[in-house]
Design a binder for this molecule. Sequence first.
Ligand code: AMP
Ligand code: MG
Length: 702
Amino acid sequence: MSRFDTIVVVDWSGGNDTGPRPRKDAIWAAVVRDGAAEAPVYLRNRVLAEAWLAELFEGEIRAGRRVMAGFDFPFGYPAGFARALTGQTDPLALWAWFAAHLEDTPKANNRFALAGQINACFPGVGPFWFNGTGTDIPDLPRKGTARGDHGLPERRRVETRAKGSFACWQMGGSGAVGGQVMTGISTLNRLKSRFSDALTVWPFEPLGTPIALVEVWPSLLADQVRDEASDSEVRDATQVRVLARALWQMQINGTLDDALDAGTEGAEEGWILGVGAEAALIEAAESPALRNDCFALPPGVNWTPVDTALAHLRDRLHPVTQSQVTAVSNACGRILAADQIARRSNPPAANSAVDGYGFAHDSLPPRATKVPLHPGRAAAGAAFGGTLPPGKALRILTGAILPDGVDTVVLEEDVRLENQTLFLPGTIKSGANTRRAGEDVSAGDIALRAGRRLTPADLALLSAIGIAEVPVRTCLRVGVLSTGDELAHPGETTDPARTFDANRPMLLSLLGRLGHAPVDLGHVGDDRAALRQHLDDAVSQVDAILTSGGASAGDEDHVSALLEETGTLNLWRIAVKPGRPLALGQWQSKPIFGLPGNPVAALVCALIFARPALERLAGGDWADPQEFIVPAAFEKRKKPGRREYLRARMTVDGRAEVFPSEGSGRISGLSWADGLVELEDGARHVRPGDPVRYVPFASFGL
Ligand code: AMP
Ligand code: MG
């Protein structure tokens, strides 16, 4: 199965460079990296586009990633042409032929003359036609109807299946692709030589290399592009963006491989990716962010173990956020959207680790006790310009680049200076008190990986290696909705039958701590119509929703009832205490996590299940919370069959004590605790001093 980390779609152009202002009919490229779509890139000419592609491919190969790059021009000509022109049926021989014969610069190329020359080799008139120049070109007719008897098919097989596509014989005029093919395959041929074994061309060569080039045709998604068109975006940009995202989604939907397999029909002429798989491509373009069945658990399991439930969330969820560029100084707490490669080494040059005196170790006699001081000094940011003569020492300060002639530094406190002579301590090791260039990070190393939530230390690292701006994920917007007729605003009533809404402030603040953008969706009673209206109003403002209450299968459990109507409900009966069924589903393709109403169960379920799931949706790494094995300060027996989380805190002597009552109504116990003790699924009799797993709230990001 092919699996690509990055998908790029390029809208090629055979036209000339008309300037730096983004415009239509130039080259546009859209990248989707790990599911995150980047803003389309405007490439004003083919030279720039080639360099941009080479840089993209190189970076991805270095990071050990696989790329599928799609181009919107035919990769081959109708059957018979390659053999007639090159003597070989291999379409890649044609690529090499055009790369050798086409003269192409940003302002001009010889494509019309070349078309005429090729026509001259064929009987009759044609196959190429259309002359975009003022002067007549021998053998190149201005009209397609003037052609005849050249002996080649008008179209490739795939073009007879792609309604509205243009034949590659037409060298100009609106919609023509003739010039794009010649310039395009020449460019791709150079990239092919440059990346040799790391690059293959579909469908002519087997996939499996880091870079795969494929032919695409955005018009297959004409309707979807029209739906997304806006005045603020050039149409070509919309096209590549929509297609790149759809191809990514096909991969998620599991339909990309079938689409690639359809290419076997184009072994000589090439094939358009998506022809033969049109429905799957359209489905992907219109696809909800997540698969409908993403929360479906295997049938027949009554109580799902916690680890099974977590593994399921990890495998079925994928990022739904986009990528945006931000200043490193603003990036703390944000999720990196792409691997960050060191632009330069840290330190960039060998330097001194201390304030002291530097010299060339081997230029001093063995066991030297003194050395004459050379005038001048080296300081951080103020290099010593010259070369230090052998047998001399130089004043050097912390962070100063080691001048030529210095490889060792003695600490200021270890020497005595008298009349410009330095008296040395006993033995000094060669290289002492110096830092090697790149000893921390080497240029070209991956310093931080996509998916990481940036810490203050990460900002220091990024800055040190020359990175001032980073692509980060947009924040995941998560709505919080409380349900239940009994709920009231805290302090609003003295009626003991009413319950104050404790979950909403807890969950909203939790989301903020986790680095998401919380959205308060308020409270709704046990009324299905009102709940439906609430969810309908919410979907445009959020990427995911946490509800609390009404998630079981009872009469007043309207969250599960509504999700059942959409056909996406999955009631997860997880073998966990405290916990009630979790109602997982989607509302207009936005994932909903229906948490129990009880605040203790709601918080535990939010921490254990919703936290990693949301992090995955946000584009972050899946990471288990850090836990510590510590001695218990309590005794407890538990039966097998479910995992238990106890409200716990650390004693001053490093043991875990638990809240005296396990009652699930005891909110004060949550507040008392500074973490949870996790007791495994099997039976257990914990005695004081026995090792138990303690997970501090800080491990959950609180
Ligand atoms: P439910 O899951 O709707 O059956 O609710 C279980 C228990 O949690 C009931 O006692 C509810 O009153 C209570 N509950 C539900 N939502 C909240 C909330 N937002 N704040 C405090 N308690 C709640
Ligand atoms: Mg309720």
